[in-house]
Design a protein around this ligand. Structure first.
Ligand code: FPP
Length: 261
């Protein structure tokens, strides 16, 4: 994706003691970054606040992260906002999150228009409250013509459910006689996932220090580099994003092969 380098330099100015824009190679920015946003609740509890305040603060981090991604010229940013397991949280918290998703999306639509961001969703949206569903649909419709970065929100998303759904679709076609099982290959499986048509993430960032995937993009993350930060999500900012990219650029990516030296 194109980027405006003057705007980018201004955005990362003045630099921090330990990190500057010059520390990364702009020719090797990952095209798709995915983020497991974790630690909103602990951020709030550490301040003696209700967990809901952590989610509200998390929205500010997400807005900054979308802007940073556009400035850096990413093709795609995806974030894990609500998992298929998150329905087990107290009803009040689930309701608050659904409300927050809807209100935030409406509020941020002008930003998506301004930055030419195209929205998409990963997950089964049919289980969402009607208001949230309708607003998501509005977001999809209003940004469908945008040609800039893709911003994918994973909501009611679970990787095992996603793969099960893909298996079922292909099995149905096979039993209807329209698909020869011998023709099923990796590309066909990928085309049945919510991420169909998107490149796999090159970098996965997880906040709040947990070292697990939590049923997120299990297929798509096969060769992805991980960056785990102890920061809680509401503390995540453009500088930590830059540190993650610096770390990513320091890795040898071999994809199972060897490096020719
Ligand atoms: C993880 O913190 C965060 C979530 C489950 C929700 C993510 C939601 C936001 C960042 C709010 C804005 C999102 C959108 C799409 C508008 P946690 O509650 O798991 O924190 P904990 O692990 O400390 O309990």
């Amino acid at each position: 994706m194109e980027r405006d380098e003057d705007l980018l330099r201004a955005y990362f100015s003045p630099s921090r003691d330990d990190i500057a824009l010059e520390d990364i190679d702009l020719g090797r920015i990952p095209s798709h970054v995915s983020i497991i946003m974790d630690g909103n609740g602990r951020w709030a509890q550490a301040r003696g606040l209700d967990r809901s305040k952590g989610h509200v603060a998390g929205v500010d981090s997400l807005r900054e992260t979308v802007t940073t991604s556009v400035r850096l010229g990413l093709d795609a940013l995806s974030v894990y906002a609500f998992s298929t397991e998150n329905w087990k949280r107290p009803q009040r918290e689930v309701e608050l999150l659904m409300h927050l998703f809807a209100t935030t999306l409406v509020k941020e639509l002008p930003l998506f228009h301004q930055e030419n961001v195209r929205l998409r969703f990963l997950g089964d949206l049919t289980a969402l409250p009607k208001k949230t569903f309708d607003v998501f649909q509005q977001g999809l419709d209003e940004t469908a013509d945008h040609t800039g970065m893709t911003f994918a929100l994973a909501v009611n998303y679970g990787s095992r459910a996603e793969m099960t759904r893909a298996c079922r679709t292909l099995a149905e076609r096979a039993s209807a006689g329209t698909l020869d099982p011998a023709d099923i290959d990796e590309a066909m499986v990928s085309s049945q996932l919510y991420t169909a048509g998107m490149p796999d993430p090159e970098l996965l960032i997880r906040t709040s220090g947990e070292l697990r995937l939590s049923n997120y993009l299990l297929w798509q993350l096969a060769y992805t580099e991980f960056y785990v930060t102890d920061m809680y999500w509401p503390d995540f900012d453009r500088w930590e994003f830059l540190r993650a990219i610096r770390s990513f650029q320091g890795r040898d990516r071999r994809f199972g092969g060897v490096i020719n030296r």
